[in-house]
Design a binder for this molecule. Structure first.
Ligand code: 1CP
Length: 340
C-alpha cells in the first residue's frame, strides 16, 4: 500500500493535501499516554519496554490518523547507552552525570543497549496502518552533547560551548563518539523498519559561523554520509532549530532530504532559497495550537498558502506542549485535510 508521506519525499509530485504529523505527538497532553507512563513506572522504562513504547507511539495515530508515527524514545538514550547515568526528575526534566572527554564514555555495548528501540520499530511495522509512514530518530551530536556536558537542559548551552572553546580536542572526541553510535543506531532503526529518520538539532541557535559549521553541520553530514556509505538510501529529515545560517546551505551541506523549519522561520524566504528537490516541513507555532479557535485556523491557512506550490509536510515548528487540548489537534488535522 502507498504511504503518502514517504511517497511525497521519494517522488516529485505535489499532492493536493500535504501529509501531516507533529513533533512530540505522543506525550503528556494525551490522557492515555499519562496512564501508560504511570503503568510503566517511569519514563525510561517506557522507552525501553517495546510493547509499551509501541502502544504510546500508536495512541496519536488512533486518535488523529496522522500520516506518520514517530517511534517513542528519547535523544538522551544515546548518552545513556555510552555509559552516562540518566534519570528524569519529575517536573524538572532530564539529569545525567556530566562528562568532559571521550575517556568518560564507552562505545562498547552501546548498540545492544539501544536495541529495544529497534524492537519497538519492528513491532510497529506490524501494528501500524499500512499507509502510515514510520519515522525513527536521534538527536544531532551537538544537541546531545549539550546535555552530556551540562548534565541537564540549559537555557544557553554554556557548559558545552565553554568546553568546545577551551578544549576543542576533548569536545571533538565526544562528538566523534556520538557520531559513531548514532550511525549504528539509525542503521539499526532502518533495518528494523523505519521509513525515514529525523535528526533533532534543538540547540543549533547557540552556535554561529565556524563553530556552527564544525559542531552542527559537519557531524550531521558525517551521519548522513555514514548511512549512505552503508547503502541505506532512507530519507533523512534535518531539523536545525534556530540555526543562524541560510537554511538552503544547511540542507545542501548536511545532505538531508527534508528540512524541518522552526516557528521563527520566514516561510516565503526559505521557499525561495531552497530548490524544489528539498522537501520542507513545519512550522506552526505550538502556542497557537494551545490557543485553538480562529487563530489556529488562520495560522494553518497561512502555512498551507505559503507552501501550496511545493513539496511540504505539515508539522509544528517545535514539539507539542503538554498543556495542548487534544481537541485542538483534531481541529488542526481537519483544517489541513479539508483544504483540498
Ligand atoms: O513523560 C514525560 O514526562 C517525559 C516527557 C518526554 C517525552 C514525551 C521526554 C523527556 N521525552 C519524550 C519523548 C520524545 N523526546 C520523543 C518521541 C515522541 C514523539 O515525538 O512523539 C522525541 C522525538 C523526543 C526528542 C527530544 N528529547 C528532544 C529533541 C526535540 C525537542 O523537543 O527539542 C530533546 C531536546 C529531548 C530531551 C528531553 N527529553 C525529555 C525532555 C523533557 C527533554 C527536554 C529537556 C530540556 O531541555 O529541558
Amino acid at each position: 500500500m502507498a504511504k503518502p508521506l514517504l511517497d511525497l519525499i521519494k517522488h516529485s509530485q505535489i499532492p493536493a493535501v500535504p501529509p501531516i504529523w507533529l513533533m512530540r505527538q505522543a506525550g503528556r497532553y494525551l490522557p492515555e499516554y499519562r496512564r501508560v507512563r504511570e503503568q510503566a513506572g517511569g519514563f525510561l522504562n517506557l522507552c525501553y519496554t517495546p510493547a509499551l513504547a509501541e502502544e504510546v507511539t500508536l495512541q496519536p495515530i488512533r486518535r488523529y490518523g496522522f500520516d506518520a508515527a514517530i517511534v517513542f524514545a528519547d535523544i538522551l538514550l544515546v548518552p545513556h547507552a555510552m555509559g552516562q547515568e540518566l534519570w528524569f526528575e519529575t517536573g524538572e526534566g532530564p539529569r545525567l552525570t556530566p562528562v568532559s572527554s571521550g575517556a568518560d564514555l564507552t562505545l562498547k555495548g552501546a548498540r545492544e543497549h539501544l536495541s529495544p528501540v529497534s524492537q519497538t520499530l519492528s513491532r510497529l511495522t506490524q501494528s501500524l496502518p499500512a499507509d502510515t509512514t514510520l519515522i525513527g530518530f536521534a538527536g544531532a551530536p551537538w544537541t546531545v552533547a549539550t546535555y552530556m556536558i551540562a548534565g541537564r537542559g540549559t537555557p544557553d548551552q554554556a557548559p558545552a560551548r565553554a568546553l568546545a572553546r577551551t578544549q576543542p580536542e576533548k569536545f571533538q572526541e565526544i562528538i566523534d563518539m556520538v557520531v559513531a553510535v548514532t550511525i549504528d543506531y539509525l542503521a539499526d532503526q532502518i533495518d528494523a523498519g523505519a521509513d525515514i529518520v529525523q535528526l533533532f538539532e534543538s540547540w543549533a541557535a547557540s552556535l554561529q559561523g565556524e563553530e556552527l559549521e564544525r559542531w552542527c553541520v559537519r557531524p550531521v553530514a558525517q551521519i548522513v554520509d555514514g548511512l549512505r556509505a552503508r547503502g541505506l538510501q532512507t530519507p533523512i529529515i534535518g531539523f536545525p532549530r534556530g540555526a543562524k545560517t541560510p537554511l538552503g546551505d544547511y540542507a545542501q551541506k548536511t545532505h538531508c532530504d527534508v528540512l524541518g523549519l522552526d516557528t521563527a522561520v520566514d516561510r516565503r524566504a526559505v521557499g525561495d532559497a531552497c530548490g524544489a528537490d528539498i522537501v520542507l516541513q513545519g512550522n506552526l507555532d505550538p502556542q497557537i495550537l494551545v490557543a485553538g479557535g480562529g487563530e489556529l485556523d488562520a495560522a494553518v491557512d497561512a502555512i498551507l498558502q505559503d507552501f501550496a506550490n511545493r513539496r511540504f509536510i505539515f508539522n509544528l515548528g517545535h514539539g507539542i506542549l503538554p498543556q495542548t487540548p487534544p481537541e485542538h489537534v483534531a481541529q488542526l488535522v481537519a483544517r489541513v485535510r479539508k483544504a483540498s
